[in-house]
Design a binder for this molecule. Sequence first.
Ligand SMILES: Nc1ncnc2c1ncn2[C@@H]1O[C@H](COP(=O)(O)OP(=O)(O)OP(=O)(O)O)[C@@H](O)[C@H]1O
Length: 260
Amino acid sequence: MIEFINVDKTYGKSVKALQQINLKIEKGEFVAVIGLSGAGKSTLIRCINRMHDITSGSLVVDGIEVGELRGKEIRKFRRRIGMIFQSFHLVTRTTVFKNVLVSFVPELPFWRKVTGIFSKEWKLKALTALDQVGILDKAYVRVDQLSGGQQQRVALARTLAQNPDILLADEPIASLDPVTSKQVMDDFKRINQQMDISVIMNIHHVEVALEYAERIIGVREGQIVYDGPSQEVTDEILDYIYKGRKEGMTAEVYGEGAYV
Ligand SMILES: Nc1ncnc2c1ncn2[C@@H]1O[C@H](COP(=O)(O)OP(=O)(O)OP(=O)(O)O)[C@@H](O)[C@H]1O
């Protein structure tokens, strides 16, 4: 479980990116974080794996107080949390297979790191991960010969090979066309349901968020202004998340999950 308790994040002295965030995400949930550009979505996601430090409050992931981790502990903790970005962060001039194998390097004994020799077990893990995202047939193709969607699937396979409990995705389909986006979102859904991996995704495409995520978190100016099931998100709620509060609106108007 991921739990934010009264979390604030301030950049520098005055940029209040997150304010009084209280949030619980259970194992296996598929959550989409939506809101205007600059609302704090990336910051919210990146605090979970300690890419950003919170300024105050408490952030606990599966019983671990994230802010108290030091050095090696942070690296170990991050291995359980996969991160997918808009840009795929791959080594494009080498094969798909090698890109997935590289994810094991931090876990290898020193001599294997130096020699670059991977055991049969690691190779099998890498191939299994490629199979899980449907690109096993591309294992020996160079990454720069793949489409954007296929590259995102390689990134996903690389993360899956680590057996994560949580997948954080920061705008994973922002640079993909609608057809490819759907394939990648289908991968996320399958991984979430079949492997019971929690998915927390920051996404600009509201209609895609509503279709795939079971829970929507609406962020505005660093605060959670909606938290509830996707089926209950109405145009009014979206207006509220994206434009701001209208005079006279109350929690009743916005439904059960609303934080107003
Ligand atoms: N490293 C940083 N240093 C200073 N300010 C930052 C930093 N990262 C983000 N901010 C500021 O924090 C606020 C929240 O930014 P964040 O990137 O979390 O928003 P976002 O909702 O993810 O936006 P977008 O959809 O454009 O990615 C913004 O005002 C942004 O300018």
